[in-house]
Design a protein. Structure first.
Lengths: 276, 310
């Protein structure tokens, strides 16, 4: 009885603390996004005296010749294309890497590890992109995003492949399956849980990425959503309501993903934590 | 008898050979090596080549179109200019501070959220959600909260009679303030990693400890702590790798300022790139590479050894 009271007290205190630390900052964004310009500049948590939701929304979208609309289109293309590419090329690597030990295994494993640890060299990457004519283009950025995501995906795919029985491959081959059909029609469907995990984790990562678009896709017509926020920062140093509205808008996609795929995200991000 | 054995011996190599050929045939058919090709090509073009090129171009004065070899001049400049060497120091401080705090807080929260506490699901979601929010968004959010006079933090502190510090405007405190925000954003990941590690500890161990009359602290010290070591290693490695190359949060909150007080290597790389000093910028990249390697690789080695000993 006494311990139950103690648990309740600790729970209540923890909840209050968590709300203050982790909810109040988002609340600040929310209330200020619907205030008018003058009221938002006070930067406080008071409830808005008048609501300007639609007005602020319209103004944020219309700013700089509807840059945010372009940016949303760009970010969507970038995210979808990059994540699709990552899943396909990394699954192929993870599949062969786990199934077949060849002289390449050591090299591939070392490359995966390097890909996780080594910070990318920025200007030389621009130099490479420029010499193949992909600098300042969306396809160029997509290829770069795929490259930087491969290592993480390969690790996950390799780990999951080891739970898929080899007998399945053998049976498929005996039944006359070619390697492509074996991979795409037999193995890929079995990898679905990992594919879902990778899709959610990496789409959040690519959507939120700021550094790579900043370097490899400069220019207003190419902006991604993270860059619009950054650009608005200098322009709207006095219009906090619009800045907050922009934050609110770009927080909604990750929030939706979080609400639906909480379990997969946590699974993907903690994989390897237990084994080391 | 002997004849039979020798016949078998003689037959064996041939058979083994044909068997292994059949095996490798099968492997080649089912798991073709060209599956490495698409990923390998991308990795080569957009990662390996730039990385190797960076070692060369860090030794040049470079305009993307032509270059002039200047030896170690860029590195000399990097190590002699106070603001550049300061960025090196800041990078290490930022990396060590954030990863240390994430270990301590993540472990504490992990223990708390795997205990008997109520509303675990809600609490876990609250602590984890910031991980998924845009770093730039978080940066803007906390820049307003850390405003010296109007910010939420200092107005709240004023209510309880404390005059809050100037946070980002104070050169002594700017880097620490950004590190605090980085911890706020990243602690959720450390927490869920620790939670996964903690629930993987077999319940029998706790049972045995209880039977032996072990108290809460000694159970933690001698059972939980050693058995969640893999989680600790993961958290340290991940947050160090992330912290040492950290750029977006710092750029969004202070742009390296006030002055150069919160510049890290990654922000210097960007500034020099913007200024058109591509060689110097690339040298910064190489310095960052070396820092990451010098810290992460020995640590990784040490941690693996500790795991084997255990």
């Amino acid at each position: 009885m006494k311990s139950r009271i103690r648990i309740n007290v600790v729970s209540a205190l923890t909840l209050i603390l968590f709300v203050i630390v982790f909810v109040v900052p988002f609340l600040l964004v929310l209330v200020n996004a619907v205030k008018d310009r003058q009221e938002a500049s006070e930067l406080n948590l008071s409830l808005p005296t008048s609501f300007h939701l639609v007005e602020n929304l319209r103004e944020v979208f219309a700013a700089r010749n509807y840059m945010l609309v372009t940016a949303m289109v760009n970010s969507t293309i970038l995210t979808v294309a990059s994540v699709t590419g990552m899943v396909i090329v990394a699954a192929m690597v993870g599949f062969v890497l786990q199934r077949r030990s060849s002289r390449l295994n050591g090299l591939v494993n070392a490359a995966v590890l390097m890909g996780l640890i080594v910070p990318p060299a920025v200007v030389p990457t621009i130099w490479v992109l420029q010499s193949i004519g992909l600098f300042k283009t969306l396809p160029g950025l997509i290829l770069v995003e795929i490259t930087f995501g491969i290592s993480f995906c390969v690790l996950l795919f390799r780990a999951f492949m080891s739970t898929v029985p080899r007998e399945l491959d053998e049976a498929a081959i005996i039944d006359g399956c070619g390697p492509l059909r074996l991979f795409f029609q037999v193995i890929m469907p079995l990898l679905k849980p990992t594919v879902v995990t990778i899709i959610v984790v990496q789409s959040v990562a690519v959507f939120n990425d700021f550094v790579h678009p900043l370097y490899f896709l400069p220019g207003e017509e190419n902006a991604t959503v993270q860059l619009t926020l950054y650009n608005f920062m200098s322009q709207y140093s006095t219009q906090w309501n619009l800045l907050f509205m922009n934050i609110l808008l770009i927080t909604i996609p990750p929030l939706i993903v979080f609400l639906f795929f909480n379990r997969q995200i946590v699974a993907g991000m903690t994989s390897g934590a237990v084994k080391g | 008898m002997t004849a039979a054995v020798s016949a078998e011996l003689r037959a064996a190599p041939a058979e083994r050979e044909s068997g292994s050929r059949r095996r490798s045939n099968y492997l080649a058919k089912a798991y073709p090596l060209w599956y490495y090709l698409p990923a390998g090509l991308l990795f080569l073009v957009f990662f390996a080549i730039p990385t190797f090129a960076s070692f060369f171009f860090s030794l040049t004065r470079w305009s993307l179109f032509d270059w002039e070899f200047i030896g170690l001049e860029n590195f000399r400049q990097f190590l002699s200019e106070p603001q550049l060497i300061g960025s090196l120091k800041n990078t290490v401080i930022f990396g060590v501070l954030t990863s240390g705090a994430k270990v301590v807080l993540g472990m504490g929260l992990g223990l708390l959220l795997t205990s008997q506490i109520r509303a675990r699901g809600l609490l876990r979601s609250l602590v984890f959600f910031p991980v998924l929010v845009s770093t730039i968004g978080v940066g803007v959010m906390f820049t307003t909260m850390m405003h010296p006079t109007d910010g939420l933090l200092n107005t709240a502190l004023a209510v309880i009679g404390i005059e809050g510090p100037k946070w980002l405007a104070d050169p002594q405190l700017a880097l620490i303030s950004v590190a605090l925000v980085d911890i706020w954003k990243g602690v959720g990941l450390a927490t869920v990693i620790y939670m996964a590690g903690i629930v993987a500890v077999p319940a029998e161990y706790y049972e045995a400890a209880r039977v032996d009359g072990s108290g809460a602290w000694s159970t933690f010290r001698h059972i939980t702590l050693p058995l969640i070591r893999p989680a600790t290693f993961t958290v340290i490695t991940l947050s160090l790798i992330g912290g040492l190359r950290s750029f977006d949060l710092i750029w969004a909150m202070t742009s390296g300022g006030p002055g150069f007080a919160s510049d890290v290597i990654a922000s210097v790389v960007y500034k020099q790139y913007q200024a058109g000093f591509y060689g110097l910028s690339t040298a910064g990249n190489v310095v960052m590479f070396l820092v990451v390697m010098l810290i992460v690789l020995p640590l990784n080695h040490f941690m693996r050894k500790a795991e084997v000993d255990q």
